[in-house]
Ligand binder design. Structure first.
Ligand code: PLP
Ligand code: COI
Length: 342
């Protein structure tokens, strides 16, 4: 086995660390080029590139783990490949073929194996595929030339304190319009959330709960994760909406809840008025994994989840243990969920 980098794995946060290799492929004259690995972490392009003027860019996020028996694996990368195709189409970009996406992420992880955190360290390797318009665009229209890239970076917990419950606020801003782009992973969705997250942080909150923009009565998601709730009778409930990102973690959790833990699950509209009656709340996503929410503040009115501010709720914890057990090879995965890199 290759020598690991000297990194204080247990104490890294969710940040960028430059690694040795990244993958690049360029789209020109109507076709994706062969592509390959490079050590160059910089990009040179036109000052008028479509991405710089009109934010024509989409991305993905997934993770690689070291399993208990020493393999490097990725969790459901095929779903990221498919979602990136959906994202690209919505922004009039040429989709990067799914098989090539899988080859690219596999190659980058393999080339940076020394940066994959060891089993049990609490860290993982975050994989960031993305693509953007590179040629000059000044009238509002799609670019003709694009670049697809993938880099990786070792990461720790997304929220400081790891498994400690967080406090979030109901945002005064909207994240996604009806019939807009909330269901795809476009950079523009994150650019417009920056003022909202900076404001929330200044007020002492870890994240925003966004409500549906049309009626402001239904729970949507946070800036970087979907919601899961647990009812007092142990049902797992998650919001259904056309304007939230179809989280791969959330879809996996619903399967785990039903098939591994025998729990009832409901994917449906969740009204904000119901939130006070739930027993547990968590944020789920690749970066967030499952982060427990202890308190939700709506303009001064506090909703304190019965699970409290000290620990994950009981059901949330079982979901967390089972999901991460599958990801790290302690628990047998459903067919096709784990892609072995080496
Ligand atoms: N919602 C948003 C807005 C996100 O950025 C993410 C992160 O990818 C998620 C949800 C979680 O999705 P996934 O579980 O596929 O990482
Ligand atoms: C992810 O979970 O992969 C994301 O892209 C969320 C982002 C806020 C880091």
């Amino acid at each position: 086995m290759m020598e690991k980098k000297q990194i204080d794995w247990a104490n890294i946060g969710f940040g960028y660390m430059k690694t040795d290799y990244r993958y690049v492929s360029n789209y020109k004259n109507g076709a994706w080029g062969e592509g390959g690995l490079t050590t160059d972490d910089t990009i040179t392009m036109s000052e008028c590139a479509g991405v710089l003027q009109y934010a024509q860019t989409v991305f993905e996020g997934l993770k690689a783990y070291t399993t208990e028996d020493g393999h490097i694996v990725m969790f459901r990368p095929d779903l990221n490949a498919a979602r990136m195709v959906d994202s690209a189409k919505r922004l009039e970009m040429p989709p990067f073929p799914e098989e090539r996406f899988l080859e690219a992420v596999t190659e980058v992880v393999k080339a940076n194996a020394a940066y994959v955190p060891p089993y049990g360290s609490g860290a993982s390797l975050y994989i960031r595929p993305y693509m953007f318009g590179t040629n000059p665009v000044i009238g509002v229209k799609p670019a003709d030339e694009y670049q697809f890239r993938t880099f990786v970076t070792p990461v720790g917990p997304y929220f400081k304190g790891g498994a400690k419950p967080i406090t979030i606020k109901v945002s005064d801003f909207d994240r996604a319009a009806p019939h807009g782009t909330g269901h795809i992973k476009a950079g523009l969705n994150y650019a417009m959330s920056l003022h909202a997250i900076v404001t929330a942080h200044e007020e002492g909150f870890a994240e925003n709960m966004y409500l549906d923009a049309a009626t402001r009565t239904k729970v949507e998601e946070t800036g970087g994760a979907n919601f899961i709730f647990v009812t007092k009778d142990n049902k797992v409930v998650t919001p259904k909406s056309d304007s939230i990102l179809p989280s791969i973690t959330r879809r996996s959790i619903l399967h785990v809840a039903k098939e591994y833990l025998g729990l009832e699950v409901e994917e449906r509209e969740v009204f904000f008025d119901e939130v006070k009656d739930f027993a547990e709340c968590g944020l789920c996503g690749t970066a967030a994994v499952i982060s427990p929410v202890g308190k939700i503040v709506d303009h001064g009115t506090e909703i304190c989840l019965p699970s409290g501010m000290e620990e994950m709720g009981r059901v949330t914890k079982r979901l967390y243990e089972t999901l991460t057990g599958i990801q790290m090879g302690r628990i047998e995965a459903p067919e096709g969920w784990i892609k072995v890199v080496e």
